[in-house]
Design a protein around this ligand. Structure first.
Ligand code: ZN
Ligand code: ZN
Length: 263
């Protein structure tokens, strides 16, 4: 399986992706907002885009659909409940559905509500799994919930699904927010040396050659995975003085999400 990460260079800092079967050259385009860059990458390598996956219904993820379908005739895949908000879905996805790309690539759909209530992530069935996570999980961060989502649901998605994936899972998010997210981590966990080192490494990175993290690394540098850290809890109490002595993970997550909204 080939994962081609395409940096759009737009103000929303979107990443688009092509997931390619190396045997047949067939490709699935994930949220191809910058359809021109996606088509150019496919042409350069001789790949044929046959499917489009929208992780969710926001315009910065669906805005390239029409032009991409016009250029390729690709079939459109999205969450089974996204039909009212995304035009022209050919295949509605449920948890556990398998998306075949060419001969050799299998992707499994995960139903991951929180950023919106009809958001899917996909996980590759490969020796080293790859997670295409849209606006649910970012490098060192989590998606917001104020355009059709809910923080309680996002917590459940993190705790019940993402946290349980293999540590070596590669993380491919829908946006490049890593530097700002690491600053948020460090503001709420100032003694996190891993986050500090990571920020020094990625602060000036070229997003067209972005560092790809793993879930193991995210568990070190992403505040939204560090809900038991005494430093995080103590810092949180500065903002929320009535926080209980031993807050549960969900409370910490939801309060962090609230602080991140104003960050
Ligand atoms: Zn979004
Ligand atoms: Zn987005």
């Amino acid at each position: 399986m080939i994962v081609e990460q395409i940096w759009t260079g737009n103000s929303y800092r979107n990443f688009n992706y092509l997931i390619v079967c190396p045997e047949t050259g067939e490709a699935l385009a994930v949220d191809p907002l910058d359809h021109q860059k996606c088509l150019a990458a496919a042409k350069e390598h001789g790949w044929k885009i046959t499917q489009i996956l929208n992780t969710h219904e926001h315009g910065d993820h669906t805005g390239g659909n029409a032009a991409m379908i016009a250029a390729t005739g690709a079939k459109l895949l999205a969450h089974k409940n996204a039909g009212r908000r995304i035009a022209g879905i050919d295949r509605g996805l449920r948890a556990g559905d398998i998306i075949q790309v060419g001969k050799s690539v299998e992707l499994e759909a995960l139903d991951t509500p929180g950023h919106t209530m009809s958001h899917v992530c996909v996980l590759s069935h490969t020796d080293t799994p790859a997670l295409l996570c849209g606006d649910t999980l970012f490098n060192a961060g989590a998606g917001n919930c104020h355009n059709g989502g809910h923080p309680n649901e996002l917590y459940k998605t993190f705790a019940d699904q993402l946290f349980k994936l293999p540590d070596d899972t590669l993380v491919y998010p829908g946006h490049d927010y890593i530097a700002n997210n690491l600053r948020f981590t460090l503001a709420h966990e100032p003694d996190n040396k891993n986050a500090e080192q990571m920020l020094a490494r990625v602060r000036d990175q070229d997003p067209s050659r972005a560092m790809v993290t793993t879930l193991a690394l995210e568990k070190e540098i992403n505040t939204f995975f560090r809900l038991r850290s005494p430093t995080v809890i103590a810092k949180l109490r500065e903002a929320f003085p009535d926080l209980p002595d031993d807050p549960d993970a969900k409370t910490v997550f939801v309060k962090l999400r609230e602080l991140r909204n104003k960050w």
